[in-house]
Design a protein around this ligand. Structure first.
Ligand code: GDP
Ligand code: MG
Length: 216
């Protein structure tokens, strides 16, 4: 079982903390919640509940000398209510658009999400495309090369992932964390323009919290 890059809080190391809002988008059942659960808790559930019960989960990783705290916003079924989506991705500095490699329709839907983000989300948003359920390659409908070409044309990070086997899960989150701009403003965390009643996410005991001595 693999975990997010483990960051023992033993004092030494990075000295700056940046916080980012990251949203997961994509058709229902492509594995968004499963990817978050795998990344944050190292778990996989064959029958993943439709909501993980919190507005967001947090995971902290280290990139060079910076502690990067990711607020991972998973939809609680809002996929079906597209009109709510802009509220959800507002203020996000990163997005993972997920499709299921065994379902061509979900890839078409992913492209629509990418287009919408490029038009309406923050202009410098870092977008990654995840072709999930890579463990089901025998039922593949979307060729990896097609997705790769599309991602290159659109400036997206791309990986095929499997929340089930953990393949590329940490890698895709880390690739995003590396690409996020670690500017001083970022140390204040994401901008929240929408009313949010939940003021703190659940932090996983093993990997959550600050991984290094933060300045803030
Ligand atoms: N085989 C396989 N099944 C997966 C994978 N990721 C998620 N699933 C399953 O797909 C279903 C939907 O997953 P879920 O995370 O709820 O999707 P969401 O609606 O996008 O959040 C669940 O039954 C998961 O167990 C994966 O990588 N491989
Ligand atoms: Mg879900």
């Amino acid at each position: 079982m693999s975990r997010a890059q483990p960051k023992p809080a033993n004092g030494a190391g990075p000295n700056r903390t940046c916080q980012f809002k990251m949203v997961l988008l994509g058709e229902s059942a492509v594995g968004k919640s499963s990817l978050v659960l795998r990344f944050v808790k190292g778990q996989f559930h064959e029958y993943q509940e439709s909501t993980i019960g919190a507005a967001f989960l947090t995971q902290t990783v280290c990139v060079d000398d910076t502690t990067v705290k990711l607020e991972l916003w998973d939809t609680a079924g809002q996929e079906r209510y597209h009109s709510l989506a802009p509220m959800y991705y507002r203020g996000a500095q990163a997005a993972i658009v997920v499709y299921d490699i065994t379902n061509g329709d979900t890839f078409s839907r992913a492209k629509v999400w990418v287009k919408e983000l490029q038009r309406q989300a923050a202009p410098n948003i870092v977008i990654a495309l995840a072709g999930n359920k890579a463990d089901l390659a025998q039922k593949r409908q979307i060729e990896i090369q097609d997705a790769q070409t599309y991602a290159e044309e659109n400036g997206l990070i791309f990986m095929e992932t499997s929340a089930k086997t953990a393949m590329n899960v940490n890698d895709i989150f880390m690739a995003i964390a590396k690409k996020l701009p670690k500017t001083p403003e970022q140390t204040r965390g994401p901008i929240r323009s929408e009313p949010i009643t939940v003021t703190s996410g659940q932090t996983n005991g093993a990997n959550g919290g600050t991984c290094c001595a933060g300045s803030k």
